[in-house]
Design a binder for this molecule. Structure first.
Ligand SMILES: [Mg+2]
Length: 312
């Protein structure tokens, strides 16, 4: 199997760089001599490198970094019409970033050594990819793919804030503190939500989750029922609730009971339109690329990922 690895050395505040320095020799020996290394140098470099890999004859491309790196690699594997550039190219994951939430939905290990075990003798799973059309900060039309979770609301503010916090702090603490701060300080914004072309909601929201995977924010579980291959988004609308109620129920962010929180509505859909007159920030796999209005569609089972039925 001809394999490429795209390493984002700065991901996780340099954790990926350290991990790869320790693991390189073992990984090269175990994955075979055909392993070709690509290292990112600037933001969005992983998109360019993945596209380059997809235009060659590789069988497997490994994303080494956090959820942002995985997102960029996936974006590089598809053309402007959302067709895979190389349909036989599969994705492997060597997770070492700051936010490593996507691997939880794939049931992949957080230990890089165990991840190598899986990449050496993988099983493959087809998963859905989400596609969003939106506008960036300059008002230009943009498209972005995602594999885990996209949000509209305070999630975008949290993503912006987390980007500027010191990288040595524990991710779970950083995401929780930032989420709590934005929840308490931000004014709810008004949106209209259409699911499969039917208006489902109109009013103020704290956050709307369009989830392919179940987890984000360093272990917060928003969509416990999320399935990566059912062709459907979990759409979770969180309306404003009294601050003290939220404070008392904060454990629900982590223990898989978020959907039973007051003001939380859960739906499933193939297509989601979030319309708004406010500039409501968008967050996509932990990045903050633009604002709603935005349209989300599912690309069913568009990506093949290396995993293992016995992975933990
Ligand atoms: Mg799904």
């Amino acid at each position: 199997m001809k394999t490429a690895i795209i390493i984002n050395p700065s991901s996780g505040g340099g954790r990926t760089s350290l991990m790869w320095a320790e693991l390189r020799d073992v990984a090269r020996a175990r994955l075979g001599g055909a392993l070709e290394e690509f290292t990112t140098k600037t933001p969005f470099d992983a998109i360019r490198l993945a596209s380059q890999v997809a235009q060659s004859d590789f069988d497997l491309v490994i994303a080494a970094g956090g959820d942002g790196t995985i997102n960029e690699v996936v974006n590089g594997l598809f053309d402007e019409n959302n067709k895979p550039i190389n349909p036989k190219l599969k994705l492997g994951i060597l997770s070492a970033g700051r936010g490593c939430d996507f691997i939880k939905s794939l049931n992949l290990p957080s230990s890089p050594q165990k991840a190598i075990d899986i990449l050496v003798s993988p099983e493959f799973q087809k998963i859905d990819v989400g596609c969003i059309y939106f506008k960036d900060e300059f008002g230009r039309e943009q498209k972005r793919l995602f594999v885990n979770i996209a949000t509209v609301g305070i999630g975008g503010k949290v993503a912006k804030q987390v980007r500027h916090t010191p990288k040595f702090l524990p991710p779970k603490l950083v995401y929780f503190a930032s989420s709590a701060q934005q929840f308490f300080l931000s004014k709810p914004q008004k949106v209209k939500i259409f699911l499969d072309d039917v208006e489902m909601f109109s009013g103020p929201i704290v956050n709307v989750f369009i989830a392919n995977g179940g987890y984000s924010g360093g272990g917060m579980c928003w969509a416990p029922d999320a399935k990566l291959d059912d062709g459907l988004f979990e759409v979770i609308i969180a309306e404003p609730i009294p601050k003290l109620t939220a404070l008392a129920l904060q454990h629900k962010l982590y223990d898989g009971t978020f959907l039973s929180m007051p003001g939380v509505h859960h739906h499933k859909a193939r297509k989601v339109l979030i319309d708004t007159k406010d500039d409501v920030l968008l967050e996509v796999d932990g990045e903050q690329p633009g604002v709603a209005p935005a349209i989300f569609t599912v690309l069913p089972q568009a990506l093949t990922v290396a995993t293992s039925s016995s992975a933990t």
